[in-house]
Ligand binder design. Structure first.
Ligand SMILES: Nc1nc2c(ncn2[C@@H]2O[C@H](COP(=O)(O)OP(=O)(O)O)[C@@H](O)[C@H]2O)c(=O)[nH]1
Ligand SMILES: [Mg+2]
Length: 443
């Protein structure tokens, strides 16, 4: 087991900073403290110390804090050294710790130990990484809701309910020669239905959190001069793309991260799509086309005065990913832009005046699946959504099979396993490896 050795890592971001932190965890922490600090500092108290290397040179001075296991992040003895945030000094300090008996930690290994020592469940451990990587305030808030255990708690409540139903059904199998009470079967059916509804509801909230985690890739596409770059600048609230009246101005992909109502969006401005003989522009157009394939949502721009796109470049792209945008309505005066209605109606806009921008943002969020419900979302990963979906389908099958009690019991057992995957009571080792290896080192 990994847990026998003592790990150390630079916990602060690499580069220059006011403070740099080294974290050490494991059975040899006390010895390492004696070697690097001269003595073990008192528990949980920031103590000013000089940090020494193997040869007795002063590497740095700063604060040392000792957390005795199990009252630490990892559940093991932990030492934190807060020194100066320089690249060389931190590297030397890390070396002093490894010379004293630690080895360099793998990515996410501190959090993995916290999970293995039951300090956090798996969903909470994942939200540590999600909090660090959160790219909007809404994402931070939802990652914290998951980290505090609210999401896990909801999953556990549903799982406990499922276990109660299982106990009844399994008991019915064991006493199969006795007549099963019709009323109780009916009650179980009602409870399973309610369970299924709760799972759908929880998945809805988790899906919103997943959007905050993943963000939405939005690409601006259309013929040259329809106003893509102008719209990019309007949405980004700064001049990121060059705007001219000349066709073929934008050649490379230009990207900006923006947020709309807290939802992170990666916005890409592209070269206008047309048949071009200019070699540089041609490459730009190729990049545009491959970028369109990866987009979650494509804003397909045309202008109010051009009837339709002349260049047929998006035929193989799913209509559900497109929003038609008609730009430059300021040139039209009052006429002409409220003729089309319905769900797939174009958004009428002036990227110059900002008219119609609110409508465009609302349509973007709607297309991305953002539903501003009463409940703030939990940060959730695709893995969690799949597990919830799988639990849902097992419970639904159990309902269908309620008359064939063995099948019903098996469906419920599988449903319980799916729920246990979320919080990590039931999870394969290679999945754990995959999850923690995507963390940063020192976390
Ligand atoms: N009147 C008007 N002109 C616009 C509007 N949006 C863009 N333009 C102009 O159209 C030209 C091309 O704009 P640009 O953003 O570079 O188009 P792109 O080639 O699609 O990126 C520029 O001269 C812009 O000032 C709009 O909403 N109304
Ligand atoms: Mg442009």
């Amino acid at each position: 087991m990994l847990n026998n050795d003592t790990i150390a890592a630079i916990a602060t971001a690499s580069g220059v900073g006011g403070v740099g932190v080294i974290r050490v965890s494991g059975a040899r922490v006390k010895d390492i403290a004696v070697q690097v600090l001269g003595e073990l500092p008192p528990k949980r108290r920031a103590t000013s110390k000089i940090f020494l290397n193997k040869s007795g040179d002063i590497v740095d001075s700063g604060l040392a804090i000792f957390f005795q296991g199990p009252y630490s992040y990892t559940g093991e003895d932990v030492l934190e050294l807060q020194g100066h945030g320089g690249v060389a000094v931190l590297r030397m300090l890390l070396r002093a710790c490894t010379d004293a008996g630690a080895r360099v930690a793998q990515p996410g290994e501190f959090t993995q130990r916290a999970y293995l020592n039951n300090k956090l469940d798996l969903a909470q451990a994942e939200s540590v990484a999600d909090l660090i990587e959160a790219s909007s305030e809404a994402a931070v808030l939802s990652a914290n809701r998951s980290l505090s255990g609210e999401f896990s708690e909801r999953v556990s409540l549903i799982r406990n309910e499922l276990i109660e139903i299982r106990v009844f059904i399994e008991a019915a199998i064991d006493f199969s020669d006795e007549e099963i009470d019709f009323i109780e079967t009916h009650q179980m059916e009602t409870r399973m239905k309610r369970l299924s509804e709760k799972l759908v509801e929880l998945r809805g909230v988790a899906t919103q959190g997943n959007l905050l985690r993943e963000g939405v890739k939005v690409v601006l596409a259309g013929e040259p001069n329809v106003g893509k770059s102008t719209l990019m600048n309007l949405l980004a609230e700064e001049d990121v793309s060059i705007v001219t009246e000349h066709e073929g101005t934008t050649r490379d992909l230009i990207q900006r991260r923006i947020t709309i109502k807290g939802v992170p969006i990666l916005l890409t401005d592209t070269a206008g799509l047309r048949l071009s003989s200019d070699p540089v522009e041609k490459i730009g157009i190729q990049r545009t086309i491959s970028n369109l394939k990866e987009a979650d949502i494509i804003l397909e721009l045309r202008t109010a005065d051009s009837a339709a796109n002349r260049f047929d470049y998006m035929t193989d792209i799913d209509e559900n990913r497109k929003i038609a945008v008609v730009n430059k309505i300021d040139l039209l005066g009052d006429s002409g832009h409220s003729m089309v209605s319905g769900k797939n109606r174009p958004v009428y806009l002036s990227a110059k005046t900002g008219d119609g921008l609110g409508e465009l943002k609302a349509r973007l969020l709607e297309k991305a699946g953002v539903k501003m419900g009463d409940e703030a979302p939990f940060m959730a990963r695709e893995r969690h959504l799949n597990a919830l979906r799988s639990a849902e389908s097992h419970v639904d099958l159990a309902l269908i099979n309620i008359e064939s009690i063995d099948l019903c019991a098996e469906d419920l057992r599988l449903g319980q396993n799916s729920l246990s995957e979320v919080t990590g009571e039931f999870v394969a080792d290679d999945l754990l490896g995959e999850i923690f290896s995507s963390f940063c080192v020192g976390k």
